[in-house]
Design a protein around this ligand. Structure first.
Ligand SMILES: [Fe+2]
Ligand SMILES: [Fe+2]
Length: 319
């Protein structure tokens, strides 16, 4: 048994360890928030989310019931109203699920998703894109995302959790950081030479093998089997959501030949074909599952908890 907020705090610390930013950079960001908070007045100060002063991941939040003890947790990629109802139904049948973790954010964690996109400046620069170019790409895109998610029904899922009294949190960038650093290391160790070989290398990872069952396995979305891999950029695994198609142009200018992404947009694929850039789409559910599994292995070492996998999440244990 552990309080949901304590489990959340542990996950955040593990997310920081896997973050492409340095710990100093993250500290600086938290200091900046503290200064910003001090300057606030009235209702804006009163309703400020003080969790932001400790937790740098605005998309990974306790949504409801942080003080409640949890032991048997349902965990999935999208845990929305239908999954919460399913859990209530399962509990009627005696399953005793007392907590829920959703990977994709809900509530305030979704409304503030754009705030984690700054991470992608560091992801792109680790991949070889100059920081000036990375900033020019990420900042306007984050602004676009902010505006596009603003009108959504953000209270819907939090209120459902509250009515059903099911403790709920989201862990998004916290686990995506794990997937990112794992894939980056895996590919630099394996050094695949062709795109076909890169796919085989990805299929050594159990989550991607599982994804074959559903036709959502790693695929070439631009380029041919026999194309040489060249310089790899692992982008779009962490940092909120996709960048626009301009990333392809920046890759051309920075000497990156193959984009390995969790998912790629139609515009990115079209642009890549035009510019002769290779795209490997790793697959969304297996990549999200990989990140969650890496975190869960650490959670299991620390806490005695049981997990029920659902909603696109496949549990795989590592030693
Ligand atoms: Fe994800
Ligand atoms: Fe995702």
């Amino acid at each position: 048994m552990v309080k949901l907020k304590e489990l959340h705090g542990f996950a955040v610390q593990e997310g920081i360890k896997e973050d492409p930013r340095s710990e100093e950079q993250i500290e600086k960001e938290l200091d900046r928030r503290k200064e910003e908070y001090e300057k606030l007045e009235g209702v804006k100060k009163e309703l400020y989310d003080e969790g932001r002063l400790e937790n740098p991941f605005d998309d990974s939040k306790v949504i409801y019931g942080g003080d409640q003890e949890v032991e048997k947790i349902a965990l999935g990629i999208d845990m929305e109203v239908q999954e919460l109802l399913l859990i209530d139904r399962l509990n009627e049948k005696g399953k005793d699920i007392d907590g829920v973790i959703t990977h994709h954010p809900e509530g305030r964690a979704m409304a503030n998703l754009y705030n984690v996109m700054g991470i992608q400046v560091d992801v792109l620069s680790e991949g070889g894109i100059p920081v000036s170019q990375a900033e020019a790409l990420v900042k306007p895109r984050a602004d676009e995302v902010k505006k596009s998610i603003h009108p959504a029904n953000h209270p819907r899922v939090p209120r459902t959790a509250e009515i059903l009294d099911i403790p709920l949190m989201s862990l998004h960038t916290v686990t995506d950081n794990h997937a990112y650093s794992y894939i980056k290391e895996h590919l630099s160790e394996e050094e695949p030479d062709t795109l076909e070989n890169l796919i085989e290398t990805m299929l050594e990872i159990p989550e991607y093998r599982w994804s074959l069952r559903y036709g959502m396995e790693p695929q070439i979305h631009s380029g041919k089997d026999e194309n040489r891999v060249g310089e790899i950029g692992v982008f779009g695994f962490t940092g909120g959501t996709d960048l626009g198609d301009e990333v392809i142009e920046k890759m051309v200018n920075s000497g990156i030949d193959t984009l390995v992404a969790m998912h790629a947009t139609k515009d990115q694929i079209e642009k890549a074909e035009e510019e002769n850039i290779n795209i490997i789409t790793a697959g969304h559910m297996p990549s999200d599952s990989l990140g969650i599994n890496l975190l869960l292995d650490k959670v299991k070492e620390r806490f005695d908890l049981e997990f029920l996998a659902m909603s696109g999440f496949k549990r795989v244990k590592r030693e």
